[in-house]
Write a protein that binds this ligand. Structure first.
Ligand code: C2E
Ligand code: MG
Ligand code: MG
Ligand code: MG
Length: 288
């Protein structure tokens, strides 16, 4: 019986293996169509300044609702789009749309920074830096209203190109942030080699805070905050879901937070009234 069970399990396992490849292929094909037909959208998650408790920025996050597959998470389709290089055209679409939205906010009297995620794979396009500058210039927003969040994941493989391009973009006035900080292989060396303005502490250190006896997450978080302070960088904590976590970050001089505690990502229709209410001091989520 045990033998039969194992045989059954191994068949399930290999079945899941092929199913997985089929799904990746399907995602690759359908994502390409979605991009061509402009079936992608962005949502925006507010970033709160802990020093004055106002919304100072928002992160643009890509959403894809497919007719066949339904809603697919970026955690699933971004790696597929990176492997197929579709992330390059998709990345330009995201940047254009986010800059357009930032210009709309400015027209509405809102002084809110825009953060856009950048895959290191996008730096494979030789004209990346000049295209980004052109998109920003055409949108009419000031370059310093834009932050590019680059993940450590894959950065190692694109180090030389990414370095040159990010320096050029930094010189133009765009802010550079290291996303998911602390999870990669050479977090510290990126700070040395890249013109980094901001570090975003990875959610994995924030999520379980207060749960462990040994307080290791708290120690890592305060160490990253001190490191950022010593290097004159801003520090953002993401994935903040609990009031105690917010209090801890506030007491330890973290500059900004992002998380479901304050706000989930909002659609472009929802975001302006939300930001206006915040600017008027009418948000009840966090005590001002
Ligand atoms: P990220 O850049 O680290 O973005 C933060 C993710 O955490 C988002 O997931 C957001 O919805 C989620 N999040 C925010 N607050 C909380 C919280 O309090 N609790 C929990 N559990 N989650 C929270 P999302 O939108 O699913 O995006 C996942 C990842 O996909 C992003 O991680 C980013 O690496 C990538 N991604 C999303 N949009 C883009 C894009 O336009 N371009 C690229 N290259 N990558 C993107
Ligand atoms: Mg990000
Ligand atoms: Mg992150
Ligand atoms: Mg990430």
């Amino acid at each position: 019986e045990e033998y039969m069970n194992r045989l059954y399990e191994s068949r399930l396992y290999s079945g899941a293996g092929t199913g997985d490849n089929d799904r990746k292929q399907l995602i690759e094909n359908r994502f390409e169509k979605a991009l061509e037909r402009e079936r992608l959208s962005l949502v925006y998650q507010p970033q709160v300044n802990l020093h004055d408790r106002s919304v100072s920025g928002a992160e643009a996050l890509l959403r894809w609702e497919d007719e066949v597959l339904g809603a697919v998470s970026p955690r699933e389709f971004i790696p597929v789009a990176e492997a197929s290089r579709m992330i390059i055209p998709a990345g330009y679409w995201v940047l254009k749309e986010a800059c357009r939205q930032a210009a709309v906010w400015r027209e509405s009297g809102l002084h809110i920074r825009m953060s856009v995620n950048l895959s290191p794979v996008q730096c494979e396009d030789e004209d990346f830096a000049s295209k980004v500058k052109k998109i920003v210039a055409q949108s009419g927003i000031a370059p310093d209203m834009l932050t590019l969040e680059i993940t450590e994941n894959q950065l190692l493989y694109h180090l030389p190109e990414a370095r040159v391009m990010l320096r050029e973009l930094k010189a133009y006035g765009i802010n550079i942030s290291i996303d998911d900080f602390g999870t990669g292989y050479s977090s510290f060396s990126y700070l040395k080699h890249f013109p980094v303005d901001t570090v975003k502490i990875d959610q994995s250190f924030i999520r379980d805070m207060g749960r462990k006896e040994d307080k290791s997450d708290e120690k890592i978080v305060t160490t990253i905050i001190n490191l950022a302070r010593n290097m004159n960088m801003k520090v953002v904590a993401e994935g903040v879901e609990k009031g105690e976590t917010l209090d801890f970050l506030s007491e330890n001089q973290c500059d900004e937070i992002q998380g479901f505690l304050y706000c989930r990502p909002l659609s472009s229709e929802e975001v302006i009234p939300f930001l206006q209410a915040d600017a008027a001091g009418n948000q009840l989520f966090l005590d001002k």
